[in-house]
Write a protein that binds this ligand. Structure first.
Ligand code: URP
Ligand code: ZN
Length: 461
């Protein structure tokens, strides 16, 4: 039997159209007027928005991050994603020192096989660059993982040097891969942290001082220089500040193939959170840190004008009690990261679309279509078009909600957005044609998420 959504407004990256959507099995087969036939299961979605399922291109689930285990497993993280309207995530594998990329990939497959509630792909995080790792790049791409990551921060743990970045970019250009990069000057972060601690400045409020905007800007500038020398495309994860965004915009205008990602936390929260009484500020210890509020206007402008390419979360949850509190007497011991995969879509809808800071098509473009396009999931994911997977969010613009740790699916004891009022509500989420969320509640008990093998970005590859 076919399913038809009737009477709603279909939102794509290029516009909003009143149209029916017809689904057969796992696929969308038609979008247009009057699609219902006798015997169809017809859902009346008059007054509702039909959005493509969200694609969160930046998550970290179920791994030790700088030796602290992330609170969300693949099971809890992907369940939370679905509840929040995200039907596909791309999670970062970490190749730890001494591991081959192949070993790291099979570890991630064993963590995820049969455990994920939404569909998923991987990026390969490379921390131990050498000639045999370079040899593996083509094989990893052939396994369906054509995007990679390197860190310019986290000295002694994840950080790589400029030569590694350059060699990696050259290798990926040849093999048809895309490099994503965490831009902060890790040597300077380590040095500034050492200085602050030596001066007795151990509290949470010193976290942003240990990694100021300038350390990000310098790193973005260095990366762009290296990428331009290699003549290879590059994707900058979690751009947090206006000066870094300006560098990326200038590079785009020079013709450099650079993509910018930012996240709800940099658009909506600011560094005053580090001054909260007690140890409360630890909830916002992330890297890059939250910035001065003056960055938010330029970042929103970049979102509105399509200069930001992707809105992702960098979901990396740690409990306040039992994990963040390891750093009560030394901010450098607070695990860096926070959750958000569940809140991304509705926070951005409410704060972005409902408040008039971005259009509905831009919202769809940045939360679903662009991440799918950039990372090779399109047209299977990221759009409501015939032949795409029937990943659909039914959003009620007249609904409302409130964010709270008490009601979230994320397996973490707080949310940075506690008490935020949300305009709009998710009525239902469909994953490949199957209803998995109803009235904001997860229906699906089984983990039906599939690994999505992506192709090389090489032309004809
Ligand atoms: O604080 C953060 N962002 N933790 C997650 C890992 C990263 O840096 O992307
Ligand atoms: Zn991250």
């Amino acid at each position: 039997m076919s399913v038809v959504f009737s009477g709603g407004t279909v939102v794509t990256a290029s516009g909003c159209i009143p149209a029916d959507v017809r689904i057969e099995g796992e696929k969308i087969v038609a979008v247009g007027g009057g699609l219902a036939r006798k015997g169809d299961e017809v859902h009346d979605v008059a007054g509702k928005l039909l959005l493509p399922g969200g694609v969160d291109a930046h998550t970290h689930f179920e791994m030790p991050f700088c030796s602290t285990p992330i609170a969300d497993t693949f099971s809890t993280g992907t369940a939370a994603a679905l509840a929040g309207g995200t039907t596909t995530i791309i999670d970062y594998i970490t190749q730890f020192h001494g591991q081959t990329l192949g070993e790291a990939l099979s570890i991630w497959h064993s963590k995820t096989d049969g455990k994920c509630h939404c569909d998923y792909g991987f990026h390969m995080g490379v921390t131990d660059w050498n000639s045999s790792v370079k040899e593996e790049i083509g094989r990893i791409i052939a396994e369906g993982v054509p995007s990679f990551k390197m860190y310019m921060a986290y000295k002694g743990v994840l950080q790589v040097d400029d030569a590694a970045l350059y060699q990696m970019l050259e290798a990926l250009k040849k093999e048809g891969g895309l490099l994503t990069v965490h831009c902060e000057n890790g040597d300077m972060v380590a040095e500034r942290s050492r200085e602050l601690i030596a001066q007795g400045n151990r509290g949470v409020r010193y976290h942003p001082q240990s990694r100021p905007e300038a350390f990000e800007t310098e790193s973005v500038n260095r990366l762009l220089t290296i990428a331009e020398e290699a003549d290879a495309p590059v994707y900058v994860v979690h751009v947090s500040s206006a000066p870094s965004m300006q560098l990326i915009v200038s590079a785009k205008m020079r013709g450099t193939a650079v993509y910018a990602e930012t996240c709800p936390q940099y658009l909506l929260l600011d560094d005053s959170r580090y001054e909260l009484p007690g140890f409360e500020g630890a909830k916002y210890v992330i890297s890059p840190p939250l910035r001065a509020v003056k960055n938010q206007g330029p970042l929103w402008a970049a979102v509105e004008h399509g200069l930001v390419d992707v809105l992702a979360t960098d979901h990396c949850s740690f409990n306040f009690v039992g994990q963040k509190d390891a750093g009560r007497d030394d901010f450098t011991r607070i695990p860096n990261g926070a959750g958000g995969v569940e809140q991304r879509m509705m926070l951005l809808y409410s704060e972005g679309v409902a408040k008039g800071r971005m259009s509905l098509p831009r919202f769809v473009e940045l939360t679903a279509t662009n991440p799918a396009r950039i990372f090779g999931l399109y047209p299977q994911k990221g759009a409501i078009i015939p032949s795409a997977d029937a990943d659909i969010v039914v959003l009620n613009p007249g609904g409302s909600g409130k964010i709270s740790a008490a009601t979230q699916y994320q397996n973490v004891d707080y949310t940075p957005y506690e008490g935020w009022n949300i305009d709009g509500a998710i009525d239902a989420v469909f994953l490949r044609g199957q209803r998995v969320v109803e009235g904001g509640k997860l229906l699906e008990a089984k983990a039906e998420g599939r690994f999505i093998k992506r192709a090389s970005f090489k032309k004809g590859g």
